[in-house]
Design a protein around this ligand. Structure first.
Ligand SMILES: [Zn+2]
Length: 419
């Protein structure tokens, strides 16, 4: 095994520097980008530090020639299995937040089915065996990403070829001197349970722009930070303010700023000055406008019918287009387009866009388009799943504003502007 250390820079999105207390499992992934090198994938994780591509990282990436790149120290947590849902097995055997007790291994592969070179596959077996021995685990502690979260087809090759998965696990077991491997579990959506806390929490010791935003919000909401102000450093003063806010909001007072705290603080700010909502919720610095509330509510109800299949938490049908509705829209898009569902509209997602036009569009796709029009303050005159002349004119109006071809047809470029 040839291992090269190329650790990424500490940052909020891919190297949060939280300690793993006890390693309980090894998770196998695919990089989902055929023939890309380990180093390219490592650099992708590195570039997440800029904050425009969301959270994500893993400890090791195995190259097409079997070489290993180490991206994170083994005792630091990566963001490789965060999800709104987890399987019961993962919640029972790992933890309520499996990132905090697992090591993630990403495999490069040669095609979109996830087929690996013999070298990659052999290194996966060797590396996994050495980690299991190191942490006193057995081959039963190997997980596919899918077995942890329930919905993602990662590692796709093993998800689609359970007998190969079993075979490779058995090879690992033979190395570490374990016994016979059981059949892999079949994951069903009924198995899933949700975890409210996801990855987005801040705590004492954190620093960066996200902390700065939190501090601005706290001050706006009336929680003073007299000594340090907005210094982007989550210290005792900020913690005290978070605790005071949590107490006032009637939620758990733990000084951790997670989803519940975020919701509570936003709600306070809404009542104090409704006009700040837009700037506060702006996601990836993309502006959005409040669109027709009624149409948006219908759209949110529609999106919710896909929540299990597309792996997101039920949306509030509040008629407000924010980060969560955007994320769910991308996930439903990915589900309908049959690409990996990860909530990030990347190259593969864009390439999978259908061509939708008047009289030639499936109902669900049309609902998605009509909903997205509402999200962008365009009115298709009804949320009915019928791609008629009103939808066409609304699409044209959107295309005109975005300076792309004005043809009333929704394809790659229009979806790109939608997301
Ligand atoms: Zn994965």
């Amino acid at each position: 095994m040839n291992k090269k250390e190329m650790l990424i820079t500490p940052n909020t999105y891919s190297r949060p520097q939280r300690k793993i207390k006890k390693v309980k499992g090894i998770v196998w992934h695919w990089v989902a980008n055929p023939n890309s090198s380990a180093e390219a994938n490592r650099n992708y994780f590195e570039n997440r530090k800029h904050g425009n591509t969301g959270y994500g990282s893993a400890h090791y990436i195995i190259d097409l020639d079997g070489q290993i790149i180490q991206v994170l120290p083994e005792d630091e947590m990566g963001y490789h299995v965060g999800s709104y849902t987890y399987t019961k097995k993962a919640l029972t055997e790992l933890s309520s937040y499996p990132n905090n007790c697992t090591i993630g291994i990403e495999c490069t592969h040669v095609d979109s089915k996830g087929n690996m070179t013999d070298e990659t596959r052999q290194t996966l077996i060797d590396l996994t065996a050495s980690l299991l021995e190191k942490y006193d685990l057995s081959a039963d502690d190997i997980w596919l990403h899918q077995e942890v979260v329930g919905w993602k087809d990662c590692h796709r090759f093993y998800v689609n070829n359970p007998s190969e998965y079993k075979k490779d696990k058995q090879k690992v077991s033979d190395v570490v001197g374990g016994g016979k491997i059981k059949d892999p579990i079949k994951v069903s959506y009924d198995d899933l349970e949700t975890d409210e806390d996801f990855v987005n929490y801040l705590q004492n010791g954190d620093a960066g722009d996200k902390v700065g935003k939190l501090q601005e919000k706290l001050i706006k909401a009336g929680y003073k930070l007299p000594k340090y102000g907005v210094d982007k450093d989550f210290g005792d003063e900020t913690e005290k303010a978070v605790r005071a806010m949590q107490k006032d909001a009637g939620i758990t007072v733990d000084g951790l700023y997670g989803q519940d705290s975020g919701k509570a603080l936003n709600k306070m700010l809404d009542t104090k000055s409704p006009n700040t909502r837009t700037s506060l919720n702006a996601y990836n610095s993309k502006k959005y406008k409040l669109a027709s509330k009624a149409g948006l509510k219908e759209y949110q109800t529609f999106l919710n019918t896909f929540k299990d299949k597309a792996g997101f938490h039920s949306l509030a049908t509040d008629g407000i287009y924010g980060r969560k509705t955007r994320d769910a829209s991308i996930r439903v898009y990915q589900h309908l387009a049959r690409v990996s569902v990860d909530g990030i509209f990347g190259k593969n997602s864009k390439a999978a866009a259908p061509i939708l036009k008047q009289g030639k569009a499936d109902k669900n796709w049309t609902y998605l388009v009509q909903g997205l029009l509402y999200c962008h303050s365009r009115d298709p005159k009804g949320f009915d799943g019928i791609y008629g002349s009103n939808t066409t004119s609304a699409v044209k109006s959107f295309q005109r504003a975005k300076k792309i071809s004005i043809d009333g047809i929704v394809g790659k470029n229009t979806f790109d502007k939608f997301f």
